[in-house]
Write a protein that binds this ligand. Structure first.
Ligand code: ADP
Ligand code: AMP
Length: 221
């Protein structure tokens, strides 16, 4: 794999929004574990059925299921050009599993970018989020509305709201993030690949800050 960039951040931090643009501009494959679970759940595959109980409760799907799914995706041909990972790794065990595979390939994570956003802003973002059923583009009814209500600007697909963005589940997801995923930030800091961007600015400012960091830290792009 030529390039491996990871976007870390709480639910609602803007990972999907920024990853989509980054993937287009830097010619990377966007790998979003949450999108993969939603697709599997929609198709009622075995993996989807295994994941559903956890996703519905706002909890993390067990590491063995998640790691198998993502590593399988990374082994596909198109991922060779480089990936931007969104929503994975979410535990230190997942980060270690990823490192083992990259190590075996003689490569490594180029950049782990932490998007930090205050908790009250995260809840505002999640409660107004609308997603495209077809291409998974993310909109917000106030901060980033689609041109035509209910329709995706990119592909014309229908927009919907996620059940797990309802306030009670969203609150729980934030707690899970702070307990189980924040140690991943420290993990990458120790490896010298962590950088941080203030994710609370507007979408274009955050995008510009990310481009600066990528330019500085990722030689292969
Ligand atoms: P994540 O993938 O990290 O869960 P998303 O990219 O889906 O987050 O963004 C969550 C919500 O916040 C969406 O409704 C999106 O349109 C909106 N959003 C993303 N970035 C910003 C930003 N910088 N300012 C305001 N709203 C944002
Ligand atoms: P997301 O779309 O990233 O907000 O993820 C939606 C849900 O999918 C999460 O609340 C988890 O239940 C599950 N999920 C996504 N990525 C992971 C992961 N890396 N590890 C465990 N569960 C995950």
């Amino acid at each position: 794999m030529l390039t491996c960039v990871i976007l870390i951040g709480a639910p609602g931090a803007g990972k999907g929004t920024q990853a989509l643009t980054m993937a287009q501009t830097a010619n990377l494959v966007h790998v979003a574990s949450g999108d993969m679970f939603r697709e599997a759940m929609g198709k009622r595959t075995l993996r989807g059925l295994q994941a559903k109980v956890y996703v519905d409760r706002g909890e993390l799907v067990p590491d063995n299921v998640t790691v198998a799914m993502v590593l399988d995706r990374l082994s596909q041909k198109d991922a060779e050009q480089g990936v931007v990972l969104d929503g994975f790794p979410r535990t230190v065990a997942q980060a270690e599993a990823l490192d083992r595979v990259l190590d075996a390939e003689g490569t490594k994570v180029d950049l782990a970018l932490n998007l930090s956003v205050p908790g009250d802003e995260l809840l505002r973002r999640l409660s107004g989020r609308w997603l495209c059923r077809q291409c998974q583009a993310s909109y917000h009814e106030v901060f980033n509305p689609s041109a035509q209500p209910g329709k995706c600007d990119r592909c014309g697909g229908d927009l919907y709201q996620r059940d797990d963005d309802r306030v009670e589940t969203a609150r729980h997801r934030l707690e899970v993030y702070f307990e189980q995923t924040t140690p991943v930030i420290e993990y990458y800091r120790r490896r010298g690949v962590l950088d941080e961007v203030d994710g609370s600015k507007d979408i274009s400012e955050v995008g510009a800050a990310i481009r600066q960091v990528v330019k500085r830290r990722v030689v292969s792009i």
